[in-house]
Ligand binder design. Structure first.
Ligand code: AMP
Ligand code: ZN
Length: 470
């Protein structure tokens, strides 16, 4: 079975040919944990989850590695702006370490609610500093670096084809990156591998290194950790489109300079979720979270379903109106499935060839650069089929749901005392704690009231907040 993806590197849709038969090495750039993930970030993680599950569906074994950026990096990809982790820490009067763990936990809670499966390996940047230092040493030994003003830079002039991923000229890349002129860079597109000369006097996360006490630049962590866990060649590397011109371009330059050969075969990027009033940005603080959607009456899987309705390679416009339309469609779909589930009397599976035909059709759609909209059409054909019996239909729906992960045969997502969604409650408790630490009492009360409507009372004790059914 062919599996095609759009490869940013070549600019065309290509068949994925694994380096090792039947196996895929997948690396996806993970979250920067200084704030809640916004629903734009989550769109990218949903796309990556669907990509992974689609490959698994057609029988590939996927080794998936994802980093956690818990080192304080600068707001801009181009080594400028404020330090993100310190921003979070001063905003919430916590240590940078507390901030990192808190938002990492919050991120995985969101993922769980969205049925995003955790990668086999999740690696924190702060636990791989030595790997990064060793990586920089290799680059230094091979002559790709220079030290200026206490910082170690990667010299992009030493790496031919620097702009190949973005498919732009160096001038275009430079114009697009709005780099502040750093007088110590030989080329404005050079980037820092190791800082010893931080412009922030309160830089807390610091480590010893051959170049002095300091901290790594952002891009190096993905190269170093990817190589540690996946070796020096990777099948597929993913992220959002914003990573193409700087982060992934820099990852390629440093990785291929270190190993001396092609590093990643397929670069697959998810387009942005956009709001009617523009881009959503974590650093500006103007963004929507999953908890906000839940609080507005949408289930996490309503959001997953919404994301699945559009191609990952197209920008997706978010509005509450379109989310509501998608929620209504999802409810209808689930109610049609419920009738089938209710009518399932565990009959014998007799139409094996018809089942295989549908499975092939489904696999062809997901394998056509994740044509999930068409995969949904196959699902609807199954629902409407008048030859298959209900048991066969349920079998196929559950089979397709390995990719959709929408709990299609499980009924509605409702919170009540018989059907308590602990993850959801914990997410709201975390959000309320955050609101309280920021003295945002209005929000804290709102959250208490949302839960009260579901007959769940919050009790603040010395050991933290607990909940009980009333
Ligand atoms: P960050 O935590 O900022 O490093 O971003 C995590 C992931 O979300 C990255 O793969 C980004 O490319 C992606 N991303 C950031 N903003 C958006 C957005 N508005 N829509 C979709 N993906 C996004
Ligand atoms: Zn990365």
């Amino acid at each position: 079975m062919k599996f095609l993806v759009f490869n940013t590197l070549t600019g065309v849709k290509e068949e994925v040919i694994p380096m090792e038969e039947g196996k895929i090495k997948l690396y996806t750039c993970g979250p920067t944990v200084y704030e809640y993930a916004h629903i734009g970030n989550l769109r990218t993680y949903i796309f990556e989850d669907v990509l992974k599950k689609s490959m698994e569906y057609i029988g590939l074994k996927v080794k998936h590695v994802m980093n956690i950026t818990d080192v304080g990096h600068l707001e801009s990809d181009s080594d400028t702006g404020e330090d993100k982790m310190s921003l979070g820490a001063s905003r919430e009067k916590k240590t940078v370490w507390e901030i990192a763990r808190f938002y990492e936990d919050a991120f995985f809670k969101d993922c769980k609610l969205l049925n995003i499966t955790e990668p086999i390996i999740v690696c924190r940047a702060t636990e791989h500093i030595e790997d990064m230092i060793n990586f920089i040493k290799i680059l230094e030994d091979k002559g790709f670096t220079y030290v200026a003003n206490g910082n170690v830079y990667f010299s992009i002039d030493k790496y031919p084809n620097y702009a190949k991923l973005a498919n732009l000229s160096l001038e275009e890349l430079e114009a697009g990156s709005r780099v502040d002129i750093d007088p110590f860079k030989k080329n404005p597109l050079d980037f820092v591998l190791w800082f010893t000369n931080s412009k922030f006097s309160n830089q807390i996360m610091q480590w010893e290194s051959p170049w002095g006490t300091g901290f790594p630049g952002w891009h190096i962590e993905c190269s170093a950790m990817s190589m540690k866990y996946l070796g020096d060649r990777v099948d597929i590397h993913c992220g959002g489109v914003d990573h193409i011109p700087v982060h992934h371009t820099n990852e390629i330059a440093q990785s291929e300079s270190a190993v001396g050969h092609k590093w990643v075969n397929y670069w697959v990027h998810g387009e942005f979720l956009v709001l009617d009033n523009g881009k959503m940005s974590k650093s500006s603080g103007d963004f929507l979270t999953l908890s906000r959607l839940i609080e507005e009456g949408y289930g996490p899987l309503d959001y997953r379903h919404f994301c699945l309705q559009s191609r990952y390679r197209k920008p997706l416009m978010f509005s509450f109106e379109s989310l509501t339309d998608s929620q209504v469609a999802f409810k209808k779909l689930k109610s049609r499935i419920k009738n089938i589930v209710d009518g399932n009397t565990n009959e014998e599976i007799i139409n094996k060839s018809k089942i295989i035909e549908y499975q092939d059709k489904f696999a062809t759609e997901i394998g056509n650069d994740l044509n999930i909209a068409n995969a949904f059409t196959v699902l609807v054909e199954v629902i409407k089929d008048n030859i298959l019996n209900n048991t066969e239909k349920v079998y196929l729906i559950e089979d397709f749901d390995k990719v959709f992960s929408l709990n299609l045969t499980l009924g509605e997502e409702i919170i009540n005392s018989d059907n308590i969604d602990e993850e959801y409650i914990q997410t709201l408790i975390l959000e309320r704690n955050k609101a309280r630490s920021e003295k945002n009492w209005v929000r804290a009360d709102e959250i208490r009231n949302i839960l009260l409507k579901s007959n769940i009372e919050l009790v603040d004790s010395r050991d933290g907040t607990i909940w009980r059914i009333i």
